[in-house]
Design a protein around this ligand. Structure first.
Ligand SMILES: NC(=O)C1=CN([C@@H]2O[C@H](COP(=O)(O)OP(=O)(O)OC[C@H]3O[C@@H](n4cnc5c(N)ncnc54)[C@H](O)[C@@H]3O)[C@@H](O)[C@H]2O)C=CC1
Ligand SMILES: O=C(O)[C@@H]1CCC=N1
Length: 269
């Protein structure tokens, strides 16, 4: 397999993957984009030196086609792609909720499809991506898909029936952390700290806590207990979080995200 990639839909996720691949040493000549909005395509060319082609041209150029359009745009896109795609292509899709089975039916039985759920920390090479094989994707296809995502972070293989849960957990996950940080900065304002100071305190605290979670080998409960002194300040805050049902809210929020992923998958039933 030659390694030529076409990124169809170079929005937030498409661009983050494009930028990550180029940072990792992939040559701009080996990547093309197919982008609906001409202005965006021109801006990508200026910033990355990557050409914008039509779907047919991209399919002729690249052996791997990475689809990064919104789930709502998938139906129309796959109809346009079908005539240009063969079983020699590898199709990688990051669209939330859209099953490989649907993509296979639209593009033709036998076309290898790998469904992936990355997340936006790809921008800083700290993504969490999960890859799942469709019915016609073999070990080489999975390895080829992983090669696109491993330069921008960690990659895990899971069966496709877990991808809706993954979407809710790590796909949407960065938004939950940003939401929490935003609320904690507001708490700093409430306590009279300047916004910039509150932001510094919370961002560094988030970073330090994330590194501890990753590197200490300890369970989050142990790490939290290490901060929670008997009769101290932290337990007073934890009591309020429990009183307001923050744990239950998170469980229900992530369940709602999973349900939405399942619903998006039914868009084209
Ligand atoms: N934003 C995120 O955190 C994540 C998004 N995803 C998935 O990635 C996909 C893209 O999401 P974003 O990058 O956030 O959306 P976006 O709206 O930023 O990017 C989508 C891009 O696709 C282009 N596009 C739409 N239809 C097209 C077509 N027919 N041909 C060529 N280009 C076309 C649009 O012009 C746009 O630039 C979605 O399916 C989403 O579920 C997956 C993981 C995380
Ligand atoms: O909100 C969404 O639908 C996409 C999928 C995962 C993260 N963002």
């Amino acid at each position: 397999m030659t390694d030529r990639l076409g990124i169809i839909g170079a929005g937030k996720i498409g661009e983050s993957l494009l930028a990550g691949l180029l940072r990792s040493g992939v040559r701009p000549d080996d990547v093309v984009v197919v982008e609906k909005f001409q202005e965006r395509a021109e801006s990508l060319y200026q910033r990355y030196g990557v050409r914008d082609l039509s779907l047919a041209e991209a399919a002729a150029f690249a052996n791997t086609l990475l689809i990064a359009v919104k789930p709502q745009d998938m139906g129309e896109l796959l109809v346009k792609m079908a005539p240009a795609v063969t079983s020699d292509h590898l199709i990688v899709t990051v669209a939330a909720g859209i099953p490989t089975g649907y993509v296979e039916r639209q593009l033709g039985e036998g076309v290898p499809v790998v469904r992936v759920m990355p997340n936006t920390p790809a921008l800083v090479d700290q993504a969490m991506s999960v890859v799942a094989a469709g019915a016609y994707a073999n070990a080489d296809h999975l390895a080829a898909a992983e090669k696109i995502f491993s330069p921008v972070g960690k990659v895990l293989r899971l069966p496709e029936n877990q991808l809706d849960a993954v979407t809710a957990l790590s796909g949407s996950g960065p938004a939950y952390f940003f939401f929490l940080v935003e609320a904690m900065i507001d708490a700093g304002i409430l306590l009279g700290l300047p916004r910039a100071i509150a932001a510094d305190l919370i961002v560094q605290t988030a970073l330090g806590s994330a590194v501890m979670l990753r590197d200490s080998g300890e369970h989050p409960v142990q790490l939290r207990e290490g901060v929670t002194s008997p009769g101290g300040t932290t337990i007073m805050a934890i009591k309020e979080l429990e009183k307001h049902g923050v744990r239950a809210a998170l469980l229900e929020a992530i369940e709602a995200a999973r349900d939405r992923s399942v619903e998006l998958g039914k868009l084209y039933d």
